[in-house]
Write a protein that binds this ligand. Structure first.
Ligand code: SAM
Length: 308
């Protein structure tokens, strides 16, 4: 086993001294808050429960507080890190370990060409947390299990159920692919430097009952459109959505008929609102819409969001 990094990840003083010794600073814009709470680190890794030899993507490795125990637990780690100042330290600490791969740069740009990974771990920078997770699901990039820490409000949105105030298109997107389990709340004092907001761990287990055929064509754009004006009825939002796809190609009367028929097929009352619908309702509606809109020459591409 390679030597452990010569760094006490529990100690703000040790981290500060290490950074100072290398002339490095902490950058707020990269959401840099090191997790200095050893119990929290252990609990998050226990929640990930990655079997030895499995491949893990670690987002935002920082100075390696989570990379080190992931490797110790026998995982093969692909570490994503944007801060050029941290890259040499990660190389020094873990570069001699054949189970370690470093991907430099912005993960939003680099993940598409990175080595494979079946599990994901990340104490995610606040700046990109929700956007990154949505990007993965939008692009059908799924993991067997993910454990992430995000801002507490984002965690609430991820785990929210229909009819609750935190329920959003992001909640449905997460629920469409994963069983979402909130983990412990982490107060600012668990991090260095101490952020002003609370964080929360979230575990996401890939649903085994997902449709093997993938998402209905209009599922994701429809979802965003129906929540964009959440006070409006599903029927009104659906008609705007269909019109934005169809443009001038189909007249309003015809579109209204298509939407009414799709709502009926999906078993959704026309006066219903998006915040009361579950993931299966959205899937049923997108599925019901597909043949009729497809026949009318609409695709799920460009313009899908503008009309909403
Ligand atoms: N993993 C360390 C820990 O738990 O102590 C650091 C976590 S810190 C909250 C977030 C890390 O993500 C920082 O190291 C930061 O430089 C990195 N980061 C921020 N934005 C990034 C991006 N777009 N792509 C890759 N890494 C990023």
């Amino acid at each position: 086993m390679p030597p452990l990094p010569p760094l006490n990840y529990d100690s703000p003083q040790a981290l500060r001294a290490f950074l100072d010794g290398r002339g490095l600073g902490m950058r707020k814009r990269f959401g840099q808050n090191f997790l200095i709470n050893p119990d929290a680190r252990r609990q998050l890794l226990d929640a990930l429960d990655v079997p030895p030899g499995e491949r893990v993507w670690e987002i935002g490795s920082g100075l390696g507080a989570m990379t080190s125990p992931l490797l110790e637990r026998g995982a093969a780690v692909t570490a994503f890190e944007i801060d050029r100042g941290f890259i040499p330290a990660l190389g020094e600490f873990f570069g001699g370990n054949p189970a370690f791969t470093l991907v430099e740069g912005d993960v939003l740009k680099t993940w598409r060409t990175a080595p494979p990974g079946d599990y994901l771990f990340g104490n995610l920078p606040y700046t990109i947390g929700a956007g990154l997770l949505a990007d993965f699901i939008d692009n059908n990039r799924f993991f067997k299990r993910m454990v992430v820490t995000v801002q507490k409000e984002v965690a609430r949105r991820m785990a929210a159920k229909p009819c609750s105030k935190d329920y959003s298109s992001f909640s449905v997107l997460c629920a469409s692919a994963y069983t979402v389990t909130p983990l412990r709340v982490l107060k600012g004092a668990s991090f260095y430097p101490e952020p002003r907001v609370d964080s929360q761990g979230v575990r996401l287990d890939l649903r085994t009952d997902r449709d093997p055929g993938g998402y209905p064509l209009f599922f994701k754009p429809l979802l965003r459109c129906l929540f964009a004006s959440r006070r409006k009825t599903v029927k009104n939002n659906l008609e705007s959505f269909a019109a934005s796809l169809a443009g001038a190609a189909v007249n309003r009367g015809e579109l209204s008929g298509i939407c009414a028929a799709a709502l009926k097929d999906a078993g959704i009352a026309s006066g219903e609102r998006a915040e009361r619908l579950g993931v299966d309702d959205f899937a049923a509606l997108a599925g019901a819409l597909e043949p009729a809109l497809g026949q009318a020459g609409c695709s799920a591409g460009g313009g899908a969001h503008e009309g909403c």
